[in-house]
Design a protein around this ligand. Structure first.
Ligand code: NAD
Ligand code: DAU
Length: 370
């Protein structure tokens, strides 16, 4: 086995020539510091842009290809300082468009696939876009993996939402999938499709399932940035239901480091949960934000609950823990850093809130952004 693993560094033919059981535990051995070329899909979004930033810090010479459609969720200001980076290339394109991908795939050894429609509330209003982007878009990338054998590894970014809600205990990677929303159902389709391309076509694919990320550059449609910026603007805070729902909050840099750990040490055909063990009720998060700004609960607006609102997400992340990763940023510190980022980058989010978002707000909350 170890000789095969040694041989694997060059990849391709060797991978296909070893038998299935060995391939299931196959380790591609990529070192972040030694990477030469990477395709990132959705690199102008929240996690993608944080990932690119961290990757550049760890490897100043890797060629980064950021393939992004620039939907409403993207923000080119997220990577403004990359404009003069000669090893950074942005390609505006849709992952559903295979011909565009054919230009990039021959140039890279690693693909990290973030691009997706990501907001649960939008998936309730417009599910078709989620099926097309999250399922068909992933299919289109996986087809390119079949054609371009130079790519040594494909990391598929899935989500903890594929398991659905859990009252007690935590999901392992082997727990059954039980998604509730068109978003999580589409992500489940993509997750299983990625696995099927490993199993059926013996492609080097690893799946990660992170919990709720928070941190700088997150779109204001999501809970924490929406509530922080609404407090700054002295608007009300639209809390769904009673605020008892629970999420496990993972600082975005920790998630990016976890993905890097999987690139370096993960095994093909495996899925890895990425959790933070920092579960909080939504109302507890709201209180922490209000407390920072010295505000009272008076500005809370208990609005109609989200349809099919998952009560609690909780992951057992022992498997990635065994690869040597653990979260470094606790929620108190991460939330403070996040609040301060939004205070210091008002220009970034004010533009977003004034644009398309105000129409979405009206449609989703049935009221003006007030
Ligand atoms: P985001 O909504 O901030 O960004 C998505 C990016 O994908 C945008 O830049 C957008 O322009 C791009 N994109 C969308 N459709 C595209 C298409 N058809 N072709 C090319 N680019 C396209 O997303 P995020 O929050 O950074 O999430 C990134 C990934 O991580 C997603 O796959 C998401 O499901 C997953 N995830 C997110 C979280 C979280 O808490 N944010 C947690 C777990 C998993
Ligand atoms: O768990 C991972 C997932 O986390 C990712 O896969 C998704 O892409 C990401 O959007 C996120 O989904 P959630 O639905 O958990 O996140 P959101 O920020 O939309 O909501 C977090 C919690 O806050 C949830 O219980 C709903 C609640 N909420 C959210 C909004 C936007 C409110 O009470 N009011 C709101 O206005």
């Amino acid at each position: 086995m170890s000789a095969l693993v040694e041989n694997a560094v060059g990849f391709s033919g060797q991978f296909l020539s070893i038998d299935y059981e060995q391939r299931k535990n196959y380790h591609i051995f990529m070192k972040i510091e030694e990477l030469k070329s990477v395709l990132i899909t959705g690199g102008y979004g929240f996690i993608g842009s944080n990932f690119i930033r961290l990757l550049r810090e760890k490897n100043p010479s890797v060629k980064i290809y950021n393939f992004d459609k620039l939907t409403y969720a993207a923000n080119i200001e997220n990577l403004k300082d990359f404009e003069n980076d000669s090893n950074y290339t942005f390609i505006r394109g849709d992952i559903k468009d295979g011909s565009m991908l054919d230009i990039i795939f021959p140039k890279v050894e690693l693909v990290v696939h973030f691009a997706a429609e990501t907001h649960v509330d939008r998936s309730i209003h417009n599910p078709g876009e989620f099926v097309l982007t999250d399922v068909y878009g992933t299919f289109s990338l996986l087809e390119k993996m079949k054609q371009h054998k130079n790519v040594k590894l494909f990391i598929h970014i899935s989500t903890d939402e594929v398991y659905g809600s859990i009252k007690k205990g935590s999901f392992t990677e082997d727990s059954p999938m039980n998604p509730s929303s068109p978003y999580s159902a589409s992500k489940t389709g993509a997750d299983r499709l990625a696995y099927s391309y490993f199993k059926t076509y013996e492609l080097p694919i690893i799946i990660v399932r992170p919990s709720n990320n928070y941190g700088p550059y997150q779109h204001v449609e999501k809970f924490i940035p929406l509530f922080i910026t609404n407090v700054i603007e002295e608007r009300s805070l639209p809390l769904y239901g009673t605020g008892e729902n629970i999420r496990d909050w993972l600082f975005v840099e920790d998630n990016c480091k976890a993905i890097m750990t999987v690139i370096e040490k993960g095994k093909t055909g495996e899925a890895y949960n990425i959790g933070a063990s920092q579960e909080k009720k939504n109302i507890e998060v709201v209180d922490m934000i209000l407390n920072y700004f010295n505000k009272s609960r008076d500005i809370l607006d208990f609005v109609d609950d989200r349809r099919a609102h998952d009560f609690r997400y909780s992951l057992n992340w022992d498997k990635i823990g065994k690869l040597g990763w653990k979260p470094e940023v606790n929620f108190d510190e991460g939330l403070k850093r996040t609040i301060e980022w939004y205070i210091n980058n008002r220009n970034w989010w004010e533009k977003v809130k004034k644009g398309e978002f105000s129409n979405f707000y009206q449609k989703n909350y049935k009221k003006e952004l007030q």
